[in-house]
Design a protein. Structure first.
Length: 225
């Protein structure tokens, strides 16, 4: 594929094992009946567009609506055979997990960017190719997520989401904001982050439109001025 694959391979820990998680004596690591499929990154189909999704539902007056839209984004990405890229931390029930639920239900195998091995061992996600970065929030983890993708979809979101949007903006990676989900997605839809107008943040009204736009724009990285 493109240079994003070089980045992914650089940080990938390759394994063909499966981890079954149960209570193992570590505080907080009690994910029963959960399995994360860990296999070699070299087995992934790198001919398809890689689309990252970032956001949160907490800024919206109707979080259940945003949760439903997040699952739908994941489902549509899988139906379009796109590779989903997610930042994963030990925070059960947050928006990326919901996106992955929709993606996994439709048969997708996502690329999960983990902050640490501890987060990997505690992970409740299904159907994940793991990349363990050993980078914390604000310490490079967000850059790995964004630079492993060819387009970024925003759903709602707070400070972490706008940080990922800024990284994409600086790198010339296309951004699509799902309108009606609150937070930074609504604030940035149709706008530029600054006067340089490097990447216009495209607005989408539905999950299907957001995914179609992201796939259409993937690979059309803008020339940085």
């Amino acid at each position: 594929m493109r240079s994003s694959n070089v980045w992914m391979r650089r940080y990938a820990r390759r394994s063909d094992e499966q981890f079954e998680h149960s209570s193992d004596g570590h505080k907080g690591l009690h994910c029963l009946q959960t399995r994360v499929v860990v296999s070699s990154l070299s087995t992934m189909d790198t001919s398809v567009p890689s689309i990252a999704v970032a956001g949160s539902f907490k800024a919206h007056a109707d979080p259940e609506k945003v949760k439903m839209l997040a699952r739908e984004v994941g489902k549509v990405l899988a139906e379009h055979k796109a590779m989903l890229v997610l930042g994963i931390e030990n925070n059960p029930g947050h928006l990326p997990e919901l996106v992955n639920d929709g993606y996994a239900d439709a048969g997708g195998l996502a690329l999960g960017i983990f902050r640490s091995r501890e987060d990997l061992l505690a992970c409740p996600y299904r159907n994940i190719h793991p990349v363990v970065t050993a980078m914390g929030r604000g310490a490079g983890w967000e850059a790995v997520i964004v630079l492993s993708s060819q387009a970024l979809i925003l759903i709602g979101g707070g400070a972490g989401t706008v940080q990922e949007a800024a990284i994409a903006y600086q790198a010339g990676i296309p951004i699509v904001a799902l309108q009606g989900t609150g937070g930074w997605a609504d604030k940035l839809a149709g706008e530029y982050l600054d006067h340089r107008k490097r990447v216009r943040i495209h607005a989408a009204k539905t999950p299907s439109e957001a995914v179609s736009l992201a796939i259409q724009l993937a690979g059309s990285k803008q020339q940085i001025q």
